[in-house]
Design a protein around this ligand. Structure first.
Ligand code: I6G
Length: 674
C-alpha cells in the first residue's frame, strides 16, 4: 500500500472512532463533548474521505446514518420468528388474574411469588433488527406479524442503533424493540413543519411512523427518532440468557439502548406498585407511554407457558386509563349525514390528550348537549382512552362565562334550509330535505363509492364535492354517465388521472348484490344486513317486491329495519336510480338462495370466523353457516355466541377467551356442519 493510502486509512479510522465516541457521549450518555458545529465538521471530513476512497466505506461507518438515495418501494421481509402482540389488562384484578393463571399453567403453588420484569410500554412502532456475524443485515416492521416491511435504510440513520456488534455477539441475533419520537424532538419537528406551511403530525407515534415510512432515508435521517429494545427474535445461541433481566443486560452490553426504567418486581403486588409509581411519573417522561408491560422473568417458564393466538401467555400490557384534559368550546355546529341525520359537533381549542391533538368532538345529539348543558365558551373536560373517539365528559361550571347562552339546536338544516325533524326525546334529528339537500347527496355518494360499497378507487371526498358542486351528478347513477372530458375539466386532473378515474368507475359496474345493496345506503341496512338480504332474496327485483311482513320473517330483521327497506324501495326516485344503475351497466351475478333449516342448532346464533381454514374458504364456511340460520359477523363482542378459531387466529380468538365466549376449531365446525 502506498504511503498516501496508509495515511488516508489511519485518518479514516481515527475519524470514525472519534465520531463513534461523540455519538456515544451524545446519544447514550446524554453528555455531548463537542458542539454540533464541530461534530458536523468531523462528519463532513469523513464523508469527503469516503468519496475519495470508496473502498474504505463499510456498512457500519457513521456516515451511513445520514441517509441514501430514495428506494422505489419497500421490500417485504418474512420474520423467522413471528412478531407477536401483547394481551391487554386494564384493572388490578386483570393483573392478579394474569399472575394466578400463570401459576395454574405452570403448575406452581400460589404461595410461590413469581419474578417479573416490568417496563414502560412505549407508544411507538415495533421493529426487528437482524444481525448476522455482528453486522446489521436488516430492520423490519412488524407488519402482520409474519411479514413486515424492510426499513433497513431508515433504521440505519438512527444514531443509537448499533450497525456492528462486539465479537461476543451470537452469530445470528435478532433484537426487537420500539422506535419512537421523544416529546422534545416531536415538538421541534412540528414547529419546523408548521413554519414551512406543512401540516403538523397529530402525535409522536404518527410522526415516528411517518418517518419510518419514507422511501428517502435522507428525510428519516433528519427526524429525531429513538429506540429501546426489549425482546429476542431468532438467535443462534440457545443458551444466550436464562432470564428476561439477563437478556436486557446482554442487550445493553452490546450497545443497544434499553429503557433505564425497567425493574425486577415480585408477584402481582410488585407489578401493581411499579405501575402506580410510573403512572405518577408518566407526565414527566420525555416520551409517550400507554401502559406497563410485565414479563415473567424466567425464560424456561416463558417457554412452558407458551402462546395464545398471537400473544405470549407470559406477558401482559397493563394499559393506563383514559386521559382527561381541560379546554374551551369555541363553537358548536352541526353536520348532516347521508340519511339526513344531524349530528352536533363541538369545535375546541386544540388540546393534546391521550396521545392526539383533539380539536373536534361529536356531541352525539341534542339530548346529550342538554344533559351536559354544553355552551359555546365553556371550559370542558375531554377524555380519550386508547383508540376510542374523544368525548366531552363534563363542563367546568366554575369557569362558565357570565353571559353564556344555552345552546339552541337548529330548527332548519344549515345546508338546505329544510325543517329539522326531532324525535326520540331529542336523540334523533333529521333534515327533511331528502334529495334537495346537498349535504345528504354528497354523503350518499361518498358512501356509494366507498371501499365496502362499490369500491371506486380514486374518487375521494373532494372530487365528490366538486362533481356535486358543478352539478355533474345529482344521483349515484349519474356517476356512470360521466365522461373523460368532464373529469379532465375538474381541478387537479390530468389526462392520466382522468382516465384512471373513468376506468375505476367502469370496473365498479361488475359488482355483487350485497355490495350494491349496502352502497344504496338504505337507512338501517349495514354490511351484514345487506349480505343477509342478498342471500335470502338472490335478486334485487325480488327484494324490491318484498313487503315488510315478509322481510320480518328473516332472522335479525325487526320491524324498524323491515319498514325502512320497504319505504326505500317504495320511493319512486329510488326506483328510478336503481333502474338507471342497471341501464348504465351495473350488474351482478344472482345469488343462490338456500332455504334456512328451521330445526338447525345454528338458527339465530351470532358467529365469528377468525384465522385461516384448511378445508374450505372462509366465504364458503360463512355461506354454509348462514344457510343454517347463523348470523356471521366480523367482530367479537359479548353478543357473539361462537368464535370459530382457524389457523394463526389473532386478537379475535384472544378476545373470545377474555370474554368467556365458546370457541370451536375447524374440525369441530366440520363435524357439526356435516
Ligand atoms: O409491543 C410490545 C411492547 C413492549 C411488546 C413487548 C414489549 O416489551 C416491553 N414485548 C413483547 C414480547 C411483545 N411486544 C411481543
Amino acid at each position: 500500500m502506498s504511503d498516501a493510502k496508509n495515511a488516508s486509512l489511519r485518518l479514516y479510522q481515527q475519524l470514525r472512532e472519534q465520531i463513534q465516541a461523540h455519538n456515544h457521549a451524545y446519544y447514550t450518555k446524554d453528555q455531548p463533548t463537542i458542539s454540533d458545529y464541530e461534530y458536523d465538521q468531523l462528519m463532513q471530513q469523513l464523508i469527503e474521505l469516503e468519496a475519495q476512497n470508496p473502498d474504505l466505506v463499510s456498512p457500519d461507518s457513521p456516515s451511513q446514518r445520514v441517509g441514501s438515495a430514495p428506494l422505489d418501494e419497500f421490500k417485504q421481509i418474512r420474520h423467522q420468528v413471528p412478531m407477536l402482540s401483547l394481551s391487554n389488562g386494564f384493572s388490578d384484578e386483570d393483573i392478579v388474574e394474569f399472575d394466578q393463571r400463570l401459576h395454574r399453567q405452570l403448575d406452581q403453588d400460589s404461595a410461590v411469588e413469581f419474578d417479573y420484569i416490568a417496563e414502560p410500554k412505549l407508544d411507538g412502532l415495533a421493529v426487528s433488527l437482524m444481525y448476522e456475524n455482528g453486522r446489521l443485515v436488516y430492520a423490519a416492521t412488524r407488519g402482520d406479524g409474519k411479514t413486515g416491511e424492510d426499513i433497513t435504510h431508515n433504521v440505519r440513520t438512527i444514531s443509537t442503533v448499533p450497525l456492528a456488534l462486539a465479537s461476543s455477539a451470537p452469530s445470528q441475533l435478532e433484537v426487537r424493540g420500539e422506535i419512537f419520537m421523544p416529546h422534545a424532538g416531536f415538538k421541534a419537528l412540528n414547529e419546523a413543519h408548521i413554519a414551512q406551511g406543512k401540516k403538523g403530525f397529530v402525535n409522536p407515534r404518527n410522526a415516528a411512523a411517518g418517518s419510518l415510512r419514507q422511501l428517502d432515508s435522507r428525510i428519516t435521517a433528519k427526524r429525531p427518532l429513538a429506540i429501546f429494545v426489549y425482546a429476542l427474535g431468532a438467535i443462534s445461541d440457545p443458551d444466550y440468557a436464562q432470564t428476561q433481566e439477563q437478556l436486557l443486560l446482554n442487550f445493553k452490553a452490546l450497545g443497544f439502548p434499553v429503557c433505564p426504567l425497567y425493574k425486577l418486581v415480585k408477584g402481582s403486588e410488585g407489578c401493581l406498585d411499579y405501575y402506580r409509581g410510573l403512572a405518577n411519573k408518566r407526565e414527566h417522561l420525555d416520551y409517550e407511554i400507554d401502559g406497563i408491560v410485565y414479563k415473567l422473568n424466567r425464560l424456561d417458564w416463558q417457554a412452558d407457558a407458551g402462546f395464545i393466538a398471537k400473544a405470549p401467555r407470559w406477558a401482559l400490557a397493563h394499559k393506563f386509563p383514559a386521559q382527561e384534559k381541560s379546554t374551551t368550546v369555541n363553537e358548536i355546529n352541526v353536520q348532516v349525514g347521508r340519511t339526513g341525520a344531524i349530528t352536533p359537533v363541538a369545535r375546541l381549542e386544540p388540546v393534546f390528550v391521550g396521545g392526539v391533538t383533539v380539536s373536534n368532538v361529536t356531541l352525539h345529539n341534542q339530548a346529550e348537549i342538554q344533559r351536559l348543558d354544553i355552551r359555546v365558551g365553556d371550559t370542558v373536560i375531554v377524555r380519550r382512552a386508547g383508540d376510542v373517539i374523544p368525548q366531552i365528559v363534563a363542563v367546568n361550571l366554575e369557569k362558565r362565562l357570565p353571559k353564556s347562552l344555552v345552546y339552541e339546536f337548529p330548527s332548519h338544516c344549515p345546508e338546505c334550509g329544510s325543517d329539522v325533524l326531532v324525535s326520540g326525546e331529542g336523540i334523533i334529528a333529521r333534515c327533511s330535505g331528502g334529495l334537495i339537500c346537498g349535504a345528504q347527496l354528497r354523503q350518499g355518494i361518498k358512501h356509494f363509492v366507498s371501499r365496502k360499497a362499490m369500491d371506486i378507487d380514486g374518487l375521494g371526498d373532494k372530487i365528490v364535492d366538486a362533481l356535486v358542486h358543478q352539478e355533474l351528478i345529482s344521483t349515484v347513477a349519474d356517476l356512470y354517465a360521466l365522461n373523460f372530458e368532464q373529469v379532465l375539466d375538474l381541478e387537479g386532473f390530468a389526462e392520466k388521472s382522468a382516465q384512471n378515474l373513468i376506468d375505476s368507475i367502469e370496473q365498479s359496474k361488475e359488482t355483487e348484490l350485497a355490495r350494491l345493496l349496502y352502497a344504496l345506503g338504505i337507512p338501517q341496512v349495514g354490511e351484514t344486513t345487506a349480505e343477509q338480504l342478498a342471500n335470502s332474496y338472490g335478486k334485487l327485483d325480488k327484494l324490491m317486491q318484498a313487503d315488510k311482513e315478509h322481510l320480518e320473517t328473516l332472522p335479525d330483521i325487526g320491524p324498524v329495519v323491515a319498514e325502512s327497506i320497504e319505504q326505500f324501495f317504495a320511493d319512486q326516485s329510488n326506483q328510478k336510480v336503481v333502474k338507471q344503475l342497471f341501464d348504465r351497466g351495473v350488474h351482478y351475478d344472482d345469488v343462490e338462495v338456500v332455504a334456512v333449516d328451521q330445526e338447525s342448532p345454528w338458527l339465530g346464533k351470532t358467529v365469528v370466523i377468525t384465522g385461516g381454514l384448511d378445508t374450505m374458504a372462509r366465504a364458503e364456511a360463512k355461506k354454509r353457516l348462514q344457510s343454517l340460520g347463523a348470523k356471521v359477523t366480523g367482530s367479537v363482542s359479548k353478543n357473539t355466541d361462537v368464535v370459530i378459531v382457524g389457523r394463526d387466529a389473532g386478537s379475535k380468538a384472544l378476545k373470545a377467551e377474555q370474554l368467556g365466549i365458546s370457541t370451536m376449531s375447524e374440525a369441530e365446525l366440520l363435524e357439526l356442519l356435516n
